[in-house]
Write a protein that binds this ligand. Sequence first.
Ligand code: GLU
Length: 450
Amino acid sequence: MNEYLKRVIDDVKAKHGHEAEFIQTVEEVFTSLDPVIEKHPEYEKVDLLNRMVEPERMFTFRVTWMDDNGYWHTNRGWRCQFNGAIGPYKGGLRFQSNVRTSIIKFLGFEQTFKNSLTGLPIGGAKGGSDFDPAGKSDAEIMRFCQAFMTALYRYIGPDIDVPAGDMGVGGREIGYLYGQYRRLKGKWENGVLTGKGLSYGGSLIRPEATGYGAIYYLCEVLKHENDTIEGKTIATSGYGNVAWGIMKKAAQLGAKVTYFSGPDGYVHDPDGVVTEEKLNYILEMRATDPMHCKPYADKFGCEFVPNAKPWGVKDVDICMPAAMQNDVNMDSAKKIVDAGVKYYLEVANMPTTNEALNFLREQEGVIVGPSKAVNAGGVGVSALEMSQNSERLVWTEEEVDNYLGKMMKNIHDSSAKAAEEYGLGYDLVAGANIAGFLKVAEAMLEQGCF
Ligand code: GLU
């Protein structure tokens, strides 16, 4: 490995020893850059890599809120404005009890390269809180969101930093967050957040965009392999917005999701989640119970396997983990390979441990699509939402969907081309890292050192 690169990775490990997820993502991205750094000795002179692993700005804040019984609670809030070289900071907010500095930093780092890959002018950011939304009443969620925005509003704006949703933050939370922002600013600035409701400036297709985009990306991979999506079966994990978008677009294009999971286990529906009734039930189940997917199996009379993940099931063509980080470890990866699955597309952010990811990439006949490319349609449509807001107009569903399809093709093609140019063949993981990196690197260098 290039010496400068190796030194930076070692330094990150030494300096950020307690931030496991952050180290994991830096190692994954930077290892791919080896041939690039080797070819560009000028990067070392300006210490570009060390600059890239240090967020431009990151802060924590106190969020206090009152529950329905009149008791006060204190949570931690974070915002990490990782890299603003190519556009205003952009990235979601995650509300989950396990949120900590390492999680926010890994997500912000990934977001920087992902946003670059969309081809749109958005920098990388992430934020969130260790607040656990499970079991909270609507009024409690509202008070928490208002308190969170009260602490954050001074530091964001349509041309500064534009948060959106991530796990635990959906349309309802974005609505409460925007309401509070507007109250505090006394101004109509709805471009400050994306993932908004349609009544106040949200974009059509935004809720579906990550899942739809993942399927469009899959179509490009299949095209490359002289294959088609017709009749393919898919195993996914999760049943939130993202998995739902995958199910819906797969059904539209003649494929079917036959396995999905929740924290309680997985469901096997051999007919696929393809009918409107089933797709609507997924939404309903998610809204009422984010912890259990068994009710789907009960309602539609299919198999439910408790406390297990669908990795290694024998009767699928494609695996698309869409739930959370490090969902697929070495053990699961081996089972996936043994089951003869040819396409492994990451959809959640960093759903595969580095060891498992490298193992899958080494397998002859297995094609791996990396999350920062496969799931980039979500933030890509967020950028379209920002642009609709600043122009004060509304795109049709068809316009957004068409743009999304083209964007995903572009992300696939530019990743494939970058890997090819550096002699790596059809390596979509390295290609996405290289293509995402080069644009940010160029912007940083052209703007001088700071
Ligand atoms: N949280 C999403 C992601 O991981 C969306 C971010 C956004 O739309 O800003 O990309």
